[in-house]
Design a protein around this ligand. Structure first.
Ligand SMILES: [Zn+2]
Ligand SMILES: [Zn+2]
Length: 183
């Protein structure tokens, strides 16, 4: 089974102590974030790593670069920003882990990603590392003013902004109704 996330490591495995550079340009796997914010499936991801052959398996250290996309949590404007994650993972050989074993078999705890036959597989690692690093603060800019709670206008574009002159005419009907109900 061919996969763009896989790197052949047979030569490396035969030679403990040696290392190999990896520079992978792939499409982001699905499942990183949600429909509101995340790394979009198919967007470009780059993995640059050094694979070192140890007696017990392969150690992978490097970084993943990708693009986070979503909506600003205050003003709902689109955000797109680069992210870079450093990682360190261990890839032990697995006797029953053949090249085409189902993905669900993957162990993704503690940075352990079993080899698939003679291949290192970066799909689960990319998904896990990027998911962990997704920004918690999702703003188009650190001082985003958000939307006006009264009229919904973008306060970044309409500032200063006030309603002291009376409510927006679009809301006149509403306040009329409110007045009538409170009488
Ligand atoms: Zn914003
Ligand atoms: Zn307003």
């Amino acid at each position: 089974m061919k996969s763009e996330y896989r790197v052949p490591v047979a030569a490396l495995l035969r030679d403990p102590g040696s290392s190999q550079q990896v520079d992978l340009e792939v499409r982001a796997p699905s499942g990183i974030g949600d429909s509101f914010y995340g790394v979009r499936e198919g967007s470009p991801v780059r993995v640059q790593a050094t694979l070192s052959s140890l007696r017990s398996g392969i150690e992978a250290k490097g970084k993943i670069s990708a693009l986070e996309e979503g909506k600003c949590s205050r003003c709902l404007k689109d955000i797109k920003k680069p992210v870079e994650v450093e990682f360190s993972a261990f890839m032990p050989p697995q006797k029953d882990m053949e090249e085409d074993s189902p993905m669900s078999y993957q162990i993704d705890e503690d940075g352990i990603y079993p080899l698939r036959g003679d291949f290192a597989d970066f799909e689960g690692l990319i998904r896990d590392e990027l998911t962990l690093q997704l920004s918690m603060i999702r703003l188009c800019r650190p001082d985003c003013r958000g939307l006006c709670p009264v009229c919904g206008e973008d306060l970044n574009e309409s500032w200063p902004h006030s309603h002291e002159k009376g409510p927006d005419p679009r809301f006149a009907k509403l306040s009329e109704l409110r007045d009538r109900m409170t009488k």
